[in-house]
Design a protein around this ligand. Sequence first.
Ligand code: MN
Length: 204
Amino acid sequence: MAFEVTPLPYEDTALAPAVSAETLSFHHGKHHKAYVDKTNAAIEGTDHADKSLEEVISAARGNDQGLFNNSAQSWNHGFYWNSMAEKGGEPTDELKTMIDDSFGSVDELKSQLQDRGAGHFASGWVWLAEKGGKLTIEETHDGDTLADQDGVNPLLVIDLWEHAYYLDHQNSRPAYLKAVTSDKLNWSFASENLTRGSTWSYTS
Ligand code: MN
């Protein structure tokens, strides 16, 4: 069954000025769609056609770089749209406790996400994840993903590719990261992922 482009869980103006409607029209409407279309074209009529997206990613990893890139990028973007919200709120309950234990404070976590994201060389993704009962910041390069990796549960992700921020912040990745982390991170999505204790499913 063909995969679909994850619908945006908010109006296309909801994230501005951190992420504008114009950016979303290209990023969601063109970039994400292209990854999904290429994934669907590659698996049609093959043994992968009835697999979940997570299973496709896992099967392609190390075996088919083109399919891996497109399937992992499809997943990462679906997770990314859900990682942001118009009113991101604040971490609560178990998530807040674990952030304080692992980073000292929410502000310190935001600062570390900004630093790690800004320092990441070239394209990739910066993640908040749960690993071994602690929260960690992870980075993946290019289209790589945490979707199929054992022992790590992704809670939030931020896209570090230039197409995520160039129209709004030109070449200033730090300005984009500061804007997104200040009040657009979807902490209730992070809590849902933490409470579930297993990796989010693309088709959920
Ligand atoms: Mn992207």
